[in-house]
Design a protein around this ligand. Structure first.
Ligand code: SF4
Length: 314
């Protein structure tokens, strides 16, 4: 499959910036919001420890003990990006913890507050596939009929053995059920995966990518596994019990994944954030830019791009 012209970019994958530009004809930025949610995998509803890689600290605002309203967070973010000439329109990104984990009237109040801000054209809501009731989906759908709305599901892997090993607290069937219940709606789905989870082979990672390529998913975030201080995974890393991927392995695997994804799927991320104060390793992951550059170089060396092998094609 040739590189798609509709991307209108010089990249070898369909990144979010290009997608926004094509769709809205201007620069759009996702503004991260901490609306004070918790997570059922941390608050004792399902478990208290959370996923083995999750540090549980929440946003920088929460760590600073500050809790501005949703509207205030958006206004501060808009000012920051406007002053630097980086964005004209904004999507309110409910990012911290599980952003559908509250009664529907509370969710409605928070989402309404975000959408009431000038130049906010939509929502992106990060959540778990076991935290979207039919009522919640109906609410989000009602916004998607009027605004640009993404629902971001943390999945990480399609393999139940891995999901148990990382203490996700849900299985693949739950994700498929959430997908089925959000299907046939204007809600756009973005799925998060992690490459390099303990015990996963390259073949298993590719099974995850292949499964997502076949589902009605419009976006993907690919993260490299990070060992962070204060997490179960971090302790294993510090004790030398954990083999992490090398940068070369990560880069090659990400390129393998990109090649089999549909060309229309928007690639929202290809690295994880560094969390400098609690970052343990792997060392190469501390510099996101070098990882992204290495991915671009590898795609160039292969003369390849996202979707080149989608559907088994050359
Ligand atoms: S679902 Fe998200 S917030 Fe909850 S424990 Fe896992 S990584 Fe942390």
């Amino acid at each position: 499959m040739p590189k798609p012209a509709f991307w209108n970019n010089a990249k070898r994958y369909y990144d979010l910036k290009s997608y926004w530009q094509n769709r809205f004809g201007c620069r759009v930025h996702k503004l991260p919001i901490d609306a004070g949610f918790t997570c059922p995998n941390r608050d004792g509803h399902l478990a208290t420890g959370g996923c083995i890689y999750c540090d549980g600290r929440g946003s920088a605002l929460r760590q600073a003990g500050e809790f501005p309203s949703v509207g205030e967070q958006i206004r501060r973010g808009k000012e920051y990006y406007r002053r630097r000439g980086k964005a004209e329109k904004f999507v309110a990104y409910f990012q911290t913890f599980t952003n559908t984990y509250a009664p529907v009237d509370r969710l409605k109040a928070l989402y309404d507050e975000a959408l009431a801000e000038e130049d906010v054209i939509g929502l992106s809501i990060g959540t778990r596939p076991d935290c979207v009731s039919d009522e919640t989906i109906a609410l989000i759908r009602s916004y998607a009929e009027r605004y640009h709305v993404w629902l971001e599901f943390g999945l990480q892997s399609i393999h139940d053995r891995t999901l148990r090993a990382i203490n996700r607290g849900h299985d693949m069937a739950t994700f498929l059920d959430a997908m089925r219940r959000t299907g046939n709606s204007p809600i756009r789905i973005c799925t998060h995966i992690i490459v390099g989870l303990p015990g996963e082979s390259h073949a298993e990672i590719m099974e995850t990518a292949r499964a997502l390529a076949e589902l009605p998913i419009q976006g993907i975030k690919v993260h490299n596994l990070l060992a962070l201080r204060g997490t179960a995974l971090g302790s294993r890393y510090e004790q030398g019990e954990l083999a992490m991927m090398s940068r070369e392995e990560y880069v090659a695997t990400v390129c393998d994944i990109l090649e089999i994804l549909p060309p229309e799927m928007v690639v929202q991320r290809l690295t994880a954030d560094g969390y400098r104060e609690i970052f343990l390793g792997p060392e190469w992951a501390a510099n996101k830019l070098t990882v992204l550059n290495a991915i671009n170089r590898e795609l160039e060396a292969r003369d390849s791009w996202q979707g080149k092998r989608y559907g088994g094609g050359e």
